[in-house]
Design a protein around this ligand. Structure first.
Ligand code: GBH
Length: 504
């Protein structure tokens, strides 16, 4: 059809920001090197039996702390324009606060300088889940308001030192997972009951840590713009997926709306009056901390663009006992969302029999990003000026059982996902008028996939975790080919076939 031809012929904006992404804990390794303090994620695989699917640790993972120069050389040679990565808080402040670790700072000095030497833009996340362990022992980390000031001090240090190298800042990765990815939940059974919220913390911990995370974000944003005088765009990254109602019933439509309020609305006060969504307030009651007028004013406007980590799509259904009954009962299994989500498989998409073997939450539904970009920027938050897909990616089910490059490099499902996803981003811009200004594929290469360990691979490059050799997969070439067609490759693209195995 003509509209497909229109997309096929279209170009991205000249300044479209694109590249590959990682996070400190998932790629750096060097877990206790050069003065780094422990983080919650260093501890977890060692101290909580069976918390990691394959019982691996992140102690070494892709060893990027030592191999960053060859990794950057490889990015340049592939023609990748930008690299989105995070800074390890406990490398800079080993105790989360207090003395600065000079060796950790030197490492990031060198990393930034090397990225600039390679003409790769740095897109930086200040915090991607690796909370300094000392902040638990001090005050229970994210369930205490003390974390706001410590995060602020850390952020000020990093921003002051590195702002000149950075193209865009993210304060937080996916704040809605604060209670189990960066706070009390994983430690419920092995760390004490901090702040009287009960072991593991439950819902109280979830909305307390969300509260302090949101305030920490807004505090840094305000300082960056008004005191530091920062000019780079700053926001936080939101994890959310497109949702369709499970049926045409009014109840399922309401389940969709409620799910969006929790996924998008909870941390979206920067696009509204700063407050939490009404559905959260009425459902959660005193489980949700109250925002004061001053805090709402701080949160309102605390973002320059919307950053979406959007991987897949879901259906939502109302619970069997109805939304009202669920919302009125804190022990209901579906409380507080009172929406039951399940993965969406679009009709006719060549996904095969079922969901991805390595990540049960993730189905290949790249078509969903097109309506989702419109939904967020036109329907849910009409005040959003522009949107970047800060992460998208796919764990190819075939890869879990392979461990040789000759098999694993043919990641055709991921390649198909990447191509279709990018086509749909472009369609959102060209056909729907969405101001989508960037896209980052997760991940730079295979790495430590949190509770799934080293066995679940999201990389556009294969990484052999023993030899630490990297190889671009078919999906990487698909990704680069797409940008060659619709955008501009980075300056080093001439050597596109060179970076196989070890780059000296
Ligand atoms: C991203 O989150 C993360 O930012 C990144 O670090 C990660 O490597 C990447 O996804 C790939 O997973 O365990 O079944 O209960 C995406 C949002 C939120 C998706 C947590 C998986 C866990 C589902 N993620 N969710 S499950």
């Amino acid at each position: 059809p003509a509209y497909l031809q229109e997309v096929a012929d279209a170009k991205l904006l000249d300044d479209f920001l694109w590249g590959v992404a990682s996070a400190a804990f998932q790629v750096e390794g060097a877990v206790d090197a050069e003065g780094k303090g422990p983080s919650v994620w260093d501890l977890l695989p060692h101290r909580w039996a069976n918390s990691i699917a394959d019982n691996t640790t992140g102690d070494i993972t892709a060893n990027n702390y030592y191999l960053y120069k060859q990794d950057n050389a490889r990015l340049k040679a592939l023609g990748i324009q930008s690299y989105s990565f995070s800074i390890g808080w406990a490398r800079i402040f080993p105790f989360g606060r207090g003395p600065v670790n000079a060796q950790g700072v030197t490492h990031y000095d060198d990393l930034f300088a090397n990225l600039m030497d390679n003409d790769i833009k740095a897109v930086v996340t200040l915090f991607h889940w690796d909370t300094p362990l000392a902040l638990f022992n001090s005050y229970g980390a994210w369930t205490s308001e003390d974390i706001v000031e410590d995060y602020f001090n850390y952020a000020k240090y990093v921003i002051t030192r590195y702002d000149k190298y950075v193209t865009a800042w993210y304060t937080f990765n996916e704040p809605q997972y604060c209670n189990w990815r960066f706070s009390t939940y994983p430690y419920g059974t092995i760390l004490p009951d901090y702040n009287g919220i009960g072991v593991g913390g439950g819902l109280r911990a979830r909305f307390l840590c969300g509260h302090y995370t949101l305030l920490a974000h807004a505090t840094v944003y305000k300082w960056y713009k008004e005191v530091f005088g920062g000019t780079k765009p700053m926001t936080h990254k939101t994890s959310a997926n497109y949702i369709l109602p499970n049926s045409s019933s009014a109840a399922d439509a309401e389940a969709v709306t409620r799910q969006y309020d929790f996924d998008i609305g909870w941390f979206g006060g920067m696009w509204t009056n700063g407050d939490y969504p009404a559905s959260l307030k009425s459902t959660l009651g005193d489980l949700l901390p109250t925002l004061t007028a001053d805090q709402m004013a701080l949160i309102k406007g605390s973002g320059d663009f919307y950053a979406l980590d959007g991987y897949t799509a879901n259906y939502a259904a109302a619970p069997p006992n109805g939304i009202a009954a669920c919302a009125a009962n804190r022990s209901d299994p579906n409380f507080p969302e009172c929406s039951i989500t399940s993965p969406l498989q679009p009709d006719g998409f060549p996904e095969g029999p079922n969901a991805d073997a390595g990540a049960s939450w993730l189905w290949s539904t790249p078509q969903a990003i097109r309506p989702f970009l419109s939904f967020i920027t036109k329907d849910y938050f009409p005040t959003v000026p522009s949107i970047v897909v800060s992460e998208f990616g796919f764990a190819d089910p075939c890869e879990a059982s392979f461990n040789s490059p000759s098999q694993i490099l043919w990641d055709l499902r991921r390649a198909d996902y990447i191509q279709s996803y990018l086509d749909n981003i472009l369609a959102a811009r060209v056909l729907d008028g969405v101001n989508v200004t960037g896209a980052f594929a997760w991940a730079i290469y295979d790495n430590y996939e949190w509770n799934s360990g080293l066995g679940t691979r999201f990389g556009l490059q294969y990484n052999n975790m023993t030899s630490q050799e990297r190889y671009p997969k078919a999906s990487m070439f698909q990704f680069l080919n797409w940008f060659q067609t619709h955008g501009t490759l980075g300056s080093g693209a001439a050597n596109i076939t060179a970076p196989v195995g070890k780059v000296k």
